[in-house]
Design a protein around this ligand. Structure first.
Ligand SMILES: [Zn+2]
Length: 473
């Protein structure tokens, strides 16, 4: 644990034993926030100050926030900084997002004074400054039918506290699309009105929400082993939209192309402003196998489809992000690498014709040391790369080290595994900010628990914690 009690730890930390108290009404002046943002900051403030302090936010100078009348000292070389002295608190960010990072850092610096109960809330005088080692610090989250929105809200808030930059939201049949309602389960799915406030929370905590929709394999929005399919289980008549097994969209069907375009437009509107769209594209086990497709050249079909999708996104000012496995030659990248999982549906030759505007999210979950060779391969082929590890701590470290070495982004994946992530999400965040881990696995778990408890209302019964709220799907 670090003695400053702030995670991910800022690069520069310096504190004295002098205290600045935060009891009663505290006025925070600066920036320009809407009412939803202010409500969230005030709620978090109350929780992190043990309900001893009420925050009042007034608009003021851009990219700074002030409590009291402190000296306006900044860590000049850092993206954000926090200064606390006997007269107050000064937060500074190089932009609005970094200013929010300064605020979430301040929240973590609050201690309680008292013996039985907290009687006063305070922060030590000091200075803190940080600049992330990795610019794109993204996290992918699956909203399964059995995951409640309360958990998603707590998860988003935690990722904001860890100062992630992007949140990739994948619905597993859990969004009621207006453009094609069959893409959501009649039960266990959510409306725009239910999802939008959570997206606003992510934005308020400095994260851009990246819309996600599987454009090829995984069209079932259900696990392949479940036999379920969000469209075909409910509406078997839509079979022509897919390859014969239903797992992969048939991209030679013009109706499919229309639906995918409408889905992108609807998700872009839902997720708000941003620079990316993730089109999935992994594990397309049955790509180009139906009677409409099977005589066509798979590599040409794949490259043309990706390029047309990327061009449409570019018109909307967005870059196309895709999982990389279908573009990897299996004979070159043998296990433990994941490449083109159905060898007789070889599509790796498409890589030379895929637009270099596309960003490759290189998911490799069994590489535990050295560099991720496939990420080097994609870079050598002219692509920007996001590293995608899963839950193994050595896998996370290997990807982040590769990202730092080559200037790549990082897109963490969580999928349906819960237990490891109570430590891994903070472990990864600290590496993304500092370039190295600072604490142990057990420490990251207990620290995360302390933060999670302050992100949601108090609960009165057991079983509502991390594991209880996010059951395996
Ligand atoms: Zn087809």
């Amino acid at each position: 644990m670090n003695k400053f009690n702030v995670y991910p730890r800022p690069d520069y930390c310096s504190a004295s034993e002098e205290k600045f108290y935060l009891n009663g009404k505290v006025k925070l002046v600066g920036g320009s926030f809407d009412s939803a943002e202010k409500a969230l900051y005030c709620e978090l403030w109350s929780r992190f100050t043990f309900s001893l302090s009420e925050l009042i936010i007034e608009d003021g100078a851009e990219n700074e926030l002030v409590i009291g009348a402190p000296e306006k000292i900044v860590c000049a070389e850092h993206a954000y900084s926090v200064h606390i002295d006997e007269k107050g608190v000064y937060l500074k960010g190089k932009n609005k997002t970094e200013l929010i990072h300064a605020f979430t850092t301040l929240l973590q610096l609050v201690y309680s004074e008292g013996t039985l109960k907290a009687e006063k809330a305070y922060v030590f005088h000091g200075d803190y400054g940080a600049t992330a080692k990795v610019d794109v610090r993204a996290i992918h989250f699956c909203l399964f039918p059995n995951v409640g929105l309360d958990f998603l809200k707590q998860f988003i808030r935690a990722m904001g506290m860890y100062r992630y930059s992007h949140f990739v939201l994948e619905f597993w049949g859990t969004y009621r699309y207006e453009c094609f309602p069959a893409l959501g389960w009649e039960e266990n799915s959510y409306s725009k009105e239910q999802i939008l406030p959570l997206i606003k929370e992510a934005n308020a905590l400095g994260m851009e929400v990246i819309p996600f929709f599987n454009h090829l394999g995984h069209s079932a929005q259900s696990k392949v082993g479940s036999g379920e399919h969000v469209v075909l289980s409910q509406h078997p008549e839509y079979a022509p939209l897919f390859e014969s097994d239903g797992w992969t969209w048939c991209v030679n069907n013009p109706e499919t192309i229309k639906i995918l375009k409408n889905v992108r437009d609807e998700l872009i509107e839902l997720c708000g402003s941003g620079a990316y769209f993730h089109i999935g594209l992994d594990e397309a086990f049955s790509f180009c196998t139906c009677p409409r497709c099977r005589d066509k050249d798979k590599n040409t079909v794949l490259a043309d489809f990706i390029n047309a999708t990327a061009a449409d996104l570019k018109k909307q000012g967005r870059k196309c992000v895709m999982w990389g496995d279908q573009l990897l030659p299996a004979e070159q990248f043998k296990p433990p690498y994941e490449a083109n999982l159905v060898p007789d549906l070889e599509t790796s030759k498409a890589i030379k014709n895929v637009s270099k505007d596309v960003i490759i999210a290189d998911w490799q979950y069994r590489i535990y040391e050295g560099e991720v060779e496939t990420s080097k391969f994609f870079r050598e082929n002219g692509f920007n790369v996001w590293q995608s590890p899963w839950h193994n701590p050595n896998n996370v470290k290997t990807h982040i080290n590769t990202a730092i070495q080559y200037g790549n982004g990082v897109l963490l994946t969580t999928w349906n595994v819960t237990q490891p992530f109570i430590s891994q999400l903070l472990h990864a965040a600290e590496m993304l900010w500092m370039g190295e881990e600072q604490s142990s696995h057990a420490e990251y778990m207990s620290i995360t628990g302390n933060i999670l408890r302050k992100l949601a209302p108090p609960v009165k019964k057991a079983g509502q914690g991390w594991l209880g709220m996010w059951e395996l799907y």
